[in-house]
Write a protein of this length. Sequence first.
Length: 338
Amino acid sequence: MTRRTAICSSVDYHTAGEPFRIIADPPVEAPGASVAEKRARAVSGSALDDLRRLLCFEPRGHADMYGGFITAPDDADADFGVLFWHKDGFSTACGHGTMALGAWAVESGLAAAEPSGLTEVRIDVPSGRVNAQVHTDSAGEVTSIDFVNVPSRLVATGITVDTGRGRLSVDLAWGGALYALVDGDRLGLDVVPEDLGELIALGREVKASLAGHPETAHPVDERLSGVYGTIIVNRFGTTDTGELHQRNVTVFADGQVDRSPCGSGTAARIAALHASGELVPGQTLIHDSIIGTRFRARVLEETADGVVPVVAGTAHRVASTSFELDPRDALVPGFVLR
């Protein structure tokens, strides 16, 4: 009988269709005094990065898998920390992951559901401290999650980039990670599944064109520099109830596609719309994804560092898995086809 080695267990969620694989007890240590430092040390060749690839690559994952390793928080004021990961490495922020973690914390008993129906879960991520405000019904079941992000801001406007569609003008906005914002309507691009290949190609081109651009440098922490993803947007105007309605697809890392409306991307979008005056005070943004799932977002407060966005959505548990290694398996850590 083949002797297989246990690696770790996971609990998998999806937030508005986007996967999030939670590793509550990683079998390898994440060195560093803070979550940001832990991310900086999770370089290629490290044990933590090897584990990321094993859990993200096929056949255990896929090119669009997303997940997180639970870590100690930066201090006692947070419930826990998390290192977010995808097929190309570790990210600075993840809104849909924060929502999933909020639901997981309450449903697993890590955070006791408050009788009021609103439980706050405080999480340290590489870009700062974020909150998942978890709503529960009278039976203690999770009904929705509000993602309260770090202060977000419009960074730059009208940056020209070269793509296969010619020279484009893009904006940059920060929502815990830096995003390039592209007006899909102006290009005649529809954010629909049928055009996904074209959207991915454009997202990659925009990100590549901005590599090393001075506006992509973080003003304080070099570890947070660089464009994380490209957000391509369709606008639908204002609803009968006064909400701003838009649809987006976020292409991040190296061509990875967010199935949800993207939590940190929605936060960046809120900051940009607030700065331009397109989102008026008190107004809600209905933000749809390429698959038709939806977040609702608004400005919670204004600070000296930018606006604090709150993004509302749902997350659902889909699986629990025990991963193991077969010593005869040649596909370790695995492969990706994109």
